[in-house]
Design a protein around this ligand. Structure first.
Ligand code: FAD
Length: 429
C-alpha cells in the first residue's frame, strides 16, 4: 500500500485550515469529506471573530465570502409577556479591519475548499471514513469503504461527535452533559428589508442573542444573525437540560414558538425558509478535553472539544481554524524530524497551550457549571422584565418613588440570599 504523509478526515474549517497550511510544503496531503461538498453538512450560528486568527492566513480574509461585518449587538431577556433588550451600536466595530462577520458555512467552506485545492491539496467529497488502520498501537491510516489509505499521520477534523478520536482511544464516548443541540433556519429576506428592520447600512450586520422564556427554563438561548440577503435564526439547548425536562417536549417545536413571538415575528415577516439544520455543539470545555494527539494522530476543532459558550457569545470557528493551523505546524516539524510519534506530535499541544485557544478555554472553564443554574433562564429574565415594566408603569394611582419600587423588587427577586450567591458565582467567568 502506498503511504501518503497526511490524511485529514473532515473538510470543515478545522480540516481545511490544516490542509491550507500544509499545502506547498514537501508533503502529500489528502482531505476526505463525507458531504457532497465542503460546507454541505456544516452548521454554525454564526458569527466568526477574525481578531484571534487574522494573522494565521493573512492573504485569505480580504476575498473571503463573509456576509456582513457585525456593528450591532443585542441581547434580549425574554419573559412571559414582556422582554427587555440591551443593544450596542459600535463605531469601533465598524472600522477596518472589521473584528467579526456573519457567515454562512455552505458558501464559506465551499470557497475555502477551492482555495485549498488551488494550493494543490486534493479535497475529496462524498468520501466517508469508517475506521482507522492500527499498526502496533499506532494509527497508520484510515479505512473508507473497501479502501485503505495508509498515512504517516491522520488529522481527525471530523467534528463534534468525532468517532475517530474515540476509536483512537483519545476521547471518552459521548456524555450528554457536555453537549448542546442547535436548531437553525436560514430565512431569505431582501437586502432592503434587512437593512430597514435592523437599522443597518451597506454591509453592516447585527448579532442578536436571546435568553429566557424561549427555552422554558432550560439551559440555552436563541440567536439571530443578519446575512446579506438572509437571516440565520436558531436556538441552542443543553442536552442534559432536555433530558431533565418535565413534562418532556419536542424541543425542535420551541423554534417554531420562538418564531411566533412578537420579538421575532416582525423581524422575519415575509421571509422564506431556505435551509433547516440541526447539529450538536460541544460545551464541555477544558475539563473534558480529550487527549489531543497520539502516535500518528492529531485531533482538531470540534473533534477536540474546542468550543466555548461564553454566555454572551458562542465560539468555535476560530478555535477550529487556529487548531487546524497549529496541527499543520506540528506536522511540518514532525516531517522534518521524520518522526510522527506521540512524543514528536506533542508539539501541537505546546502550541495550543501558548495560544489564545487553550488560555481562553482555561479562563472560561467554569462557564458550563454556572450555566447549569436554571434561574439564569427563567427567574432572572422574568424579574428584570417585571421590574422594568413596573418602573415604566403609570396608572390611576399616585406613582410611588422609583427608588422604593426598585429597592423592593430587587430585594425580593434579585438581591436576596440566593440572588447574591448566583451573582457571586459569576466571578468565576
Ligand atoms: C447551532 C450552532 C451555532 C453555532 N454558532 C457559532 C457561532 O456563532 N460562532 C462560532 O464561532 N461557532 C459557532 N458554533 C460552533 C462552530 O460551528 C463549530 O465550532 C465549528 O463548525 C467547528 O468546525 P470543525 O471544522 O471542527 O467541525 P465541522 O464544521 O463540524 O466539520 C467537520 C467535518 O467533518 C466531516 N466528517 C464528519 N465525519 C466524517 C467522516 N467519518 N468522514 C469524512 N468526513 C467526516 C463533516 O461532514 C464536516 O464537514 C455553532 C455551532 C452550532 C451547531
Amino acid at each position: 500500500m502506498e503511504k501518503i504523509d497526511v490524511v485529514i478526515v473532515g473538510g470543515g474549517l478545522a480540516g481545511l485550515s490544516c490542509a491550507y497550511n500544509l499545502a506547498g510544503e514537501e508533503l502529500t496531503v489528502l482531505v476526505l469529506e463525507r458531504g457532497d461538498f465542503s460546507g454541505s453538512k456544516n452548521v454554525t450560528g454564526g458569527r466568526i471573530y477574525l481578531g484571534p486568527i487574522r494573522r494565521f492566513m493573512p492573504n485569505l480574509w480580504e476575498e473571503a465570502p463573509f456576509e456582513r461585518h457585525v456593528t450591532k449587538e443585542a441581547l434580549t431577556l425574554m419573559a412571559e409577556n414582556s422582554s427587555t433588550t440591551f443593544q450596542l451600536s459600535s463605531q469601533r466595530m465598524n472600522q477596518r479591519p472589521y473584528p467579526s462577520y456573519t457567515i454562512l458555512r455552505s458558501t464559506f467552506d465551499r470557497w475555502f475548499a477551492d482555495k485549498v485545492m488551488e494550493k494543490g491539496v486534493c479535497v475529496i467529497p462524498e468520501k466517508r471514513v469508517d475506521g482507522l488502520i492500527m499498526d502496533d498501537g499506532r494509527v497508520a491510516g484510515v479505512v473508507t469503504g473497501e479502501e485503505e489509505i495508509a498515512a504517516e499521520v491522520v488529522v481527525a477534523a471530523d467534528g463534534v461527535l468525532s468517532f475517530l478520536a474515540e476509536k483512537a482511544g483519545l476521547r471518552k464516548p459521548f456524555e450528554p452533559q457536555h453537549f448542546a443541540v442547535g436548531f437553525k433556519e436560514v430565512i431569505q429576506l431582501s437586502r432592503e428589508k434587512i437593512e430597514d428592520r435592523f437599522g443597518l447600512r451597506g454591509d453592516e450586520g447585527m448579532a442578536y442573542l436571546f435568553i429566557g422564556s424561549l427555552t422554558k427554563g432550560m439551559m440555552g438561548g436563541g440567536f439571530l444573525y443578519t446575512n446579506l440577503e438572509s437571516i440565520s435564526l436558531g436556538m441552542v439547548i443543553g442536552i442534559d437540560a432536555i433530558n431533565k425536562m418535565e413534562p418532556r417536549e419536542e424541543v425542535y417545536r420551541l423554534l417554531d414558538e420562538f418564531k411566533e413571538s412578537p420579538e421575532i415575528k416582525k423581524l422575519i415577516e415575509g421571509g422564506s425558509l431556505s435551509e433547516y439544520s440541526a447539529h450538536m455543539i460541544t460545551e464541555g470545555g477544558m475539563d473534558v478535553m480529550p487527549k489531543l494527539y497520539s502516535n500518528g494522530i492529531l485531533i482538531v476543532g470540534d473533534a477536540a472539544g474546542f468550543g466555548l459558550n461564553m454566555l454572551i457569545t458562542v465560539r468555535g470557528m476560530e478555535y477550529a481554524i487556529a487548531s487546524g493551523v497549529m496541527a499543520a505546524e506540528a506536522i511540518k516539524k514532525a516531517k522534518i524530524k521524520g518522526d510522527f510519534s506521540a512524543r514528536s506530535l506533542a508539539y501541537y499541544e505546546d502550541l495550543l497551550r501558548n495560544s489564545f485557544l487553550l488560555k481562553e478555554l482555561d479562563t472560561f472553564r467554569h462557564t458550563l457549571s454556572i450555566l447549569k443554574n436554571p434561574r439564569w433562564f427563567n427567574h432572572y429574565p422574568q424579574a428584570i422584565c417585571d421590574l422594568y415594566e413596573k418602573l415604566m408603569w403609570i396608572d390611576e394611582n399616585p406613582k410611588p418613588k422609583l427608588s422604593s419600587t426598585a429597592y423592593r423588587d430587587l430585594r425580593k427577586n434579585i438581591l436576596n440570599l440566593q440572588g447574591i450567591k448566583d451573582i457571586l458565582s459569576l466571578r468565576r467567568i
